[in-house]
Design a protein around this ligand. Structure first.
Ligand code: ADP
Length: 168
């Protein structure tokens, strides 16, 4: 009975034509220590994205340096590596249409004092150096970051075999 109402189907059709992407989201050590993992996962779930991989993980120094290699020349780089390796992080892969840019909006600006209320950093953080969560900045980096962590876990622990190698 809906066939004579094409407008009902049009948004679904257009959405289906857009590309499904994946992004790497990481709850940083301060987010884990402050008990914000559930809150952060909940925001992406409620938005409508799909969680396809998750692992609690102590990031070794060399992998942290590889992850942030674009920032290697910055004065804060050594502090950033100390921060990321200071405790366990929660590594996640999330999937959905436009998920890379949308997740960055859900996360908010790098400096939490500039992040809009309603974003994760805007609501839950105050310092750039303790901004609770990471999200890939491009689809290419999403793939690269998920690939790196998957390969690392696969080669060292053999514990992460799943849909994305780091699924529980
Ligand atoms: P984002 O995480 O928003 O993509 P960047 O890629 O520019 O931001 O930086 C990566 C991370 O490095 C930030 O999330 C933050 O933890 C840290 N960082 C960036 N700038 C600074 C700074 N000026 N002082 C301390 N830490 C910083």
């Amino acid at each position: 009975k809906h066939f004579n109402k094409p407008h009902i189907f049009l948004p679904h059709f257009v959405a289906a034509m857009e590309e499904v992407e994946e992004t790497y989201i990481m709850v940083k050590p301060d987010g884990v220590q402050r008990g914000l993992v559930g809150e952060i996962i909940s925001r992406f779930e409620k938005k409508g994205f799909k969680l396809t991989g998750l692992k609690l993980f102590q990031c070794p120094k060399d992998l942290a340096e590889e992850h942030y290699k674009d920032l290697k020349g910055k004065s804060f780089f050594p502090k950033l590596i100390d921060y990321i390796t200071s405790g366990p992080v929660v590594c996640m892969a999330w999937e959905g249409i436009g998920v890379v840019a949308s997740a960055r909006k859900v996360i908010g600006a790098t400096n939490p004092l500039n992040a809009e209320p309603g974003t994760i950093r805007g609501d839950l953080a105050v310092q750039t150096g303790r901004n609770v969560v990471h999200g890939s900045d491009s689809p290419e980096n999403g793939k690269r970051e998920i690939g790196k962590i998957s390969a690392f876990l696969f080669s060292f622990l053999f514990s992460g075999i799943g849909y994305k190698n780091f699924c529980l």
